[in-house]
Design a protein around this ligand. Structure first.
Ligand code: NAP
Length: 255
């Protein structure tokens, strides 16, 4: 079965590993090309945008894709919208592989906000030391709140024009260990954490470290994604693909 995984999440990489070991599938992993050094994948990759819905439709047809898995990051809303539209136009079955969001537990002091502008505003007027883990492309709203001191962690360093003055950039890729997160918060005397509600285990330790220090967490809520069939983890996605494979007659699969 020829299939396309829209990647950019650890779940996409995990699904790619599962499929690489299964001769029933011929899968390609698609990356947007925003990370300078993406992790190597065990299946063929393609890199770069498709050119909107029309481009994705053309790709699905040209490559005779039989199943599409949208395993983009939960905040990659545009790509998820395009996947739904392209699936509707081509009839290629679509699955969203979407990890569950984080939920607060006792001892958390979360401030839920709808977007990055609201996150910057929620920091308030008084200067604070802020640990910012929202990705390097979404820093602009924080430039308007220069009274704070920011420690900014992202996979690639932010462009200098997006760095608030006196801020410190740390380029690092998860997973992050609890001990390291504790040390980071203590070393930089962090007073508040700002994060997207990405969910997943790789970057969750900062939430526990913040809870231990009774720090507030400004939590940017997820965008609303278009409805599609969903799986919460790579194993459930594989099960969906196996059902699809079993239900597709060989002649329709072109074999
Ligand atoms: P986005 O706003 O949803 O997408 C913007 C455009 O980037 C899409 O319209 C598409 O261009 C292209 N694109 C996105 N994902 C692609 C993929 N897997 N393969 C090929 N083209 C893709 O996405 P974003 O928020 O900028 O994120 C870009 C990538 O980084 C995604 O793959 C996402 O999984 C990953 N990522 C995002 C975040 C986040 O917080 N947003 C965090 C970690 C990783 P065309 O319209 O030209 O096809």
């Amino acid at each position: 079965m020829r299939m396309l995984i829209l990647g950019g999440s650890s779940e996409a990489s995990a699904l790619a590993r599962l499929l690489a070991a299964d001769a029933r599938f011929k899968a390609t992993l698609s990356l947007a090309g925003v990370t300078r050094e993406p992790l190597p994948a065990p299946i063929p990759q393609r890199v770069g945008g498709f050119g909107g819905v029309a481009g994705l439709v053309a790709y699905l047809r040209a490559e005779r894709v039989e199943a599409l898995v949208d395993a983009t990051h939960p905040f990659a809303r545009q790509m998820s919208m395009n996947a739904v539209a392209a699936s509707e136009r081509t009839g290629v079955p679509l699955l969203q592989l979407l990890r569950p969001p984080w939920t607060s537990v006792e001892g958390d002091h979360w401030v839920p906000v709808a977007d990055m502008h609201a996150a910057a505003a929620a920091l308030g007027e008084a200067p604070r030391r802020v640990f910012l883990t929202v990705g390097r492309k979404e820093l602009a709203p924080f430039l308007a709140q220069p009274q704070h001191r920011y420690v900014i962690r992202s996979v690639d360093p932010p462009p200098p024009e997006l760095m608030p003055r006196d801020s410190l950039a740390i380029a690092a890729r998860g997973p992050f260990a609890l001990e390291d997160e504790r040390r980071l918060l203590a070393e930089h005397e962090i007073e508040v954490l700002v994060t997207k509600n990405s969910g997943g285990g790789a970057t969750a330790a900062k939430l526990r470290a913040a809870r231990e220090r009774e720090l507030p967490v400004v939590m940017v809520e997820r965008p609303v994604l278009p409805l599609a069939e969903r799986a919460a983890d790579p194993d459930a996605a594989l099960a969906w693909l196996l059902r699809l494979h079993a239900g597709t007659p060989a002649q329709l699969r072109g074999v």
